[in-house]
Design a protein around this ligand. Sequence first.
Ligand code: LLP
Length: 420
Amino acid sequence: MSTHPTFKYLDDALHCESVSLAALAAEFGTPLYVYSAERLRQNYQRVARVFAPLRPLICYAVKANANGALLALLRQQGAGFDIVSGGELHRVLRAGAEPARIVFAGVGKTEAELEMAVQAKVGWINVESQGELERLNAVAAHHRARPTVAIRLRPNVDAATHRHISTGSAAGKFGLPVSHALKLVAHSRALPHVHIRGAHIHIGSQLANPQATLQAIEVALDFIAQANARGAEIDTLDLGGGFPVPYRDDDPVPDLDTFAAPIVARLARSGLEHFHIEPGRAIVADTAALLTTVQYEKEDAGHRIVIVDAGMHTLLRPALYEAYHRVCAVAHHSDSPLTLADVAGPICESADFLARAHPLPPLASGDLLALLDVGAYGAAMASNYNSHPLPAEALVEGHRYRLIRRRQTYDDLIANEVIE
Ligand code: LLP
């Protein structure tokens, strides 16, 4: 914990940049997501530096965190955006995104969503099935447009990651096997309103090493060579995202330079001209902490359970993927003995745990805990389950801070309901 890039103890009080987390909790209440603007910029710049030899279009994967203030900050850094829904398109346009720097991916785009994308003139549409390409052709014909398309491949490699976030294997729902993709390229000659210019791969998230990505790249390069030999005009490879981040003090995942080096080296000699990358987690994960207030503690036969005001409705990853997040006391007491405790939320589900057997100091009702590295797929996956309002979010920049999402109210919860 002492080594965390974003959250550090100053005089035994946990800080984000120069702002005390306890002060933020006192002002905005908990559960509260707190983000560091400086760390967000650093992460974007690190990705840009590591992949610079490929001069890629960096499309931040909005699904990781769609808060408009963060999107605007990334846009100022030069980011494009990887979106997967009409809602995300709406958000990035509102954040000032340049349409040409938007990639629209996703396995189930509706006609209305394709219509929106064509009208907004998004730069790329990543297509995952024959039905989708035909539908896009019809929508584009209606608007007298010819969108640029990448075909998402299912390269049949197995990413070393949690099975819920592995997307490249044969049994998955994403993309097309190479043989189908080649047939689709041939079929596209009958579809004058789409222009296939790219191949897209994304084999999973939080990849443990670059090996599976390198294998997928070989599959994609082979597909591109075969397609172009038959008259296609593919000059772009979209690598997807998936770059790993450490969640534990001793996490064995490679750092971004080590992960990317063989990928960059391979692609630099591929002869291809254009590259897209779609990093989500690597840009936002370690920018944020989730602040939560201890409510109660129970102990049964030496088993300690700390019950807090955040839970699977605020941060779903531990319940859904058994994901690990470091938990630390916002006020540090160096002489306190640490004992193992589970951290649980208020939701009426036995899966509602934020941490299991985590070393924690003695805690009293009202004490604050921080869960770290929650910037990616944290607030983005929060829900209203059990009718808890969505949490507030704050952005810190040096000594300054501001709310970037107000806490929902009870009236917000029922605002869309039609009772009579
Ligand atoms: N591109 C595509 C096509 C994707 O499906 C994803 C993530 C990304 C890019 C960004 O991947 P990243 O760089 O963030 O790893 N909710 C899960 C992660 C789901 C990832 C879904 N797709 C979690 O909390 O771990």
